[in-house]
Structure formats: structure tokens, C-alpha cells
Ligand binder design. Sequence first.
Ligand code: F6P
Length: 544
Amino acid sequence: MTTTDPSQTSAWQALVAHAEQVGPMHLRELFAADTDRATRLTFDAADLTVDMSKHRVTDQTIRLLLDLAAQTGVADKIEAMFSGEPINSTEGREVLHTALRAAPDDSIIVDGENVVPDVHEVLDRMAAFSERVRSGDWVGHSGSRIRTVVNIGIGGSDLGPLMAFRALSAEVHPNLDFRFVSNIDPANLLDATAGLDPAETLFIVASKTFTTIETLTNARHARDWLLAGYDGDAAAVAKHFVAVSTNAEQVEAFGIDTNNMFGFWDWVGGRYSFESAIGLSLMIAIGADSFHEMLSGFRSMDQHLRSTPFDHNVPVLAALLGVWYRNFLGFPTHAVLPYAQRLDRFPAYLQQLDMESNGKSNRLDGSRVGYDTGPIVWGEPGTNGQHAFYQLIHQGTTIIPSDLIGFLSADEDLAPQHELLFANMVAQAEALAFGKTPEEVAEAGSAPDLVPHRTFEGNRPSTVILAKALTPSVLGQLVAFYEHKVLVQGAIWGINSFDQWGVELGKALATQIGNELGSASPEPDKHDASTNALIEMFLNAGSS
Ligand code: F6P
């Protein structure tokens, strides 16, 4: 497969030259010279309003970035994804998470078959099951009503459902408790099951492959915990364990009845899966109607991506700005700062989405890239971050382009404090962009020796993403916005955003070292000197 090397395009070369001119420009100048800037660079996408005016770009920068998108085939990549071409070329798979939110009457053909009816068949089964758990009709082995749902999964089989569960906590069923277990650290399962009654607990084992060691180990221990509460009666498993997977064989081998399995498909990547059956815990929590509302939010952003000209296409523009900073101004990280406590796991969710997708060094044809790819993505909710790491964002030596996500209204009982929250978000975006000059600091009466310390250079770029409220639909729109941003950046960089070979080596070595640690006669000299010494320390600690 041949891939365009973006750095060889004329647009890239023009951007390199252009960065020399625009790089030193200050947002103060850009705003002063252009009274229409805020209006012109604020865009709507479904229910989101996205203010991109506080970026270190001119109209010419955007034109050149749009040329780059054209010269690297972004439009074709978007169409190829939507139409089910196997764009995950290293795994020979289609990339069709957009089919998970297709309307029932849509048609998306994979291997000659329309997959949309299958998607809706699973959604209907999930809805029926969720309703049974929510209403108390699904009871445990001893006839008790289910009170707690424990999702066992990791990576995409955890981060998505967990993030969305927290984001939509206002909608969660009042009589059900939800817990999430992901880590192989036994403390995770121990803490999650603390105080629970096995007779009232339902486990959802969520794993696309059903071979992930963390998930299967936790699921085995959860089964032991359950059976200990039922005097070892294995028949209890059928009422307390359901599985979500693409791998029926492994589900059966684990001992879960495949009638209690909710399937999905190879063409859904793990980090793109929480609106599939992987979201079963979420659907039980918020109900099928809210889940469908979330899907409709995803769908509206899909439509925006597919049908909006690139110069108004919000995920495309966000992707281009990211490329501008990463490749032309040399900013290595990207912060996501939601001004909503309920989005506290959103940055962690986006870390997998973005960094597992675009943390690649080879183009599709296997050649090594000669430019940077995916940024380091990180963040925490505001205002907490303001009292922790914002110092560096404002005055540090690294420029960190940031997304500030805020909401215009809140539940009535949260309204007064919400005003302050919103004020903080807007204030941060203003401070980051415009800073405070030494003259302003001196004029405000600062002691001369403190002027440099109290000066804010500004010129720190940010996007403000606004919606009316954090509804299920808006959450779907936000997630789809970032998914599509990642797609477009991957297309420009010519990489495969949909595989994750980089996780394999660590997994294989962990299995090998795990076997060595568990062996009756360990040979702690199979590795390098450092690794051998660490293994030896563990073995010695165990024997002391
Ligand atoms: O190891 C990485 C990964 O494959 C992720 O891509 C995935 O989301 C996670 O592991 C969990 O995989 P599974 O759902 O198959 O258990």
C-alpha cells in the first residue's frame, strides 16, 4: 500500500515557511487586527459551539492546512471509513464504529451484508435485558433482586462505559449501584466487591477478544467470590454473569452461557466500542432511551463530519489545528480540561482513543515517519487543575494547546455554583490567550522586582467547546467529535489509527515473567541485568 508522505507535499512545505511568520505572532495582535475574528472562527456542529478563535493561526494558516488535508486524501479516508473499506489494513478490518449508531433504516454493507439490522438486534436485546435488571424482573440465583452491577473489563471495555457512566450520573437508576473493575491489581476487585451481597450482584464480563489476561483473571476471581456465597453451587453463574464479546467460543469456555452473551463485531475497535454491547453496564444504568439518545448524538456528529465542507467542519478543523501545533510549531502535548466534574474520566478515555490510535511511527506502507505523530493527551477537570498544574500552562516553557469544555446551564440545584464554574473556564481561556504584559503588571502596582514573575506572556492557544448541558446526546457528540479528529489526524500522518501493535511486547513479556515468578525453580537470569535484578528482588521478598 502506498501512502502519501505528508512532509513531501507542497502544502507541508508552505506550512513550514508560513510557521516562521505566524509562530512569533501574538494572539493580542491577531485579535486587535481583526474585529470579526471571534465570530468567524466560531463554528457549530450539532449542539456544540466551538470557539477556535484563540488559536495561533491566520486565515492563510487555515487555507494551507486545508490544502494539506486535500493533498493527503482526508476526504477519501473519511468516505472509506463510512463505506466499510478495510482501512485497518494491518489487521485487514473495516472500521465501522459509525455503524453502531446508524439509524435502523440505514444500510451499511460489510462482506455483502447489511450490518445495521444486526446492530439493532443486539441493541434490542440489550434494552430488554437492561429493562429486566432495572425493573427487578431479572433476579439472582436465589431469587433476590440485583442491586449492584460490576463491569469487568479493561481499556476500551472499561474506560468508555466508566467515563459515560460518570458523565451521565444524573440519569443513573436510583436503586442500582455500579462498580468497574479493570486492573489486574487484586485490590481493584477486592474493593469493588467489598460489602456486596453475591445474591444481589450481577457481573458483566466485557472483553472484545475474551482473551485479555486482566479481565479473565478478574472474572475468574469474581466467579470464585460469587460461588463462595452460594456454597459452590455453579448453577448460580447463569444468573450472575453475562458476557459482552466478539468471541463466543471463549465465552463458552469460560463457563458463561452464550444465551447470556451480547455480541459485537471485529469491525469495532476496542477504543471505539462503548456504544456497542460494551456499553451494557451503561445502558442498565441510564436506561435504553437515554442510551439511544446518546447514539443519536454520535450520529449527528457523524453526519456533520461527512457532510460539512472542511472549512466549517469542526472535527476536521480541530485535527488540522493539532497538526499545526504538533508538526509546525512543535508543541508536544494537548490538554483536555472539562469544566464539568462529571467528565472527570473524559481525559483518561481520550488518552486511549487518541494515543492508542495515533501513537505510531510507521506509515501504512511500513516506512518510518520523518515527523511527529499523535500528541501526548492529558487533562483533569477544571477548576481542580487550576490549583495544580495550570501554573505550568500559564508560565511554563512548554506551550500546551488546550480544549476547555463547558456547559451553559446546569441542574437547577447546581445553578449558583455553576455560574462560578463557567466564569472560571472563560477566564482561563482569556488569561491563556492574552496574558498580562509587564506594563500592565507594573501599572497595577507590583514591586519592580516582582514584575517578571507576575507577567503572563499569554499566546497560549485554546479551543472552547460549549453545549447547553451535558445530556446523553451531547456526550455522544463530544465523543464522536474526538473520534473523528483522531481519524483525520491519522489520515494526514498516513498512519493506521486502528491497530495497536505497540501493546503486544509488554503483554508477551509480562506473561513470560509471570511464568518465571510462578515457577518452582525460577531462573532469574534470562533478561538484562536490570530486569533480572528486579525479578530477583520480588522472588527474595516472597521467600523472606
Ligand atoms: O491491550 C490493548 C487492548 O487491546 C485495547 O485496545 C482494548 O481496548 C483492551 O486491550 C481490552 O481488550 P478486550 O476488550 O479484548 O479485553
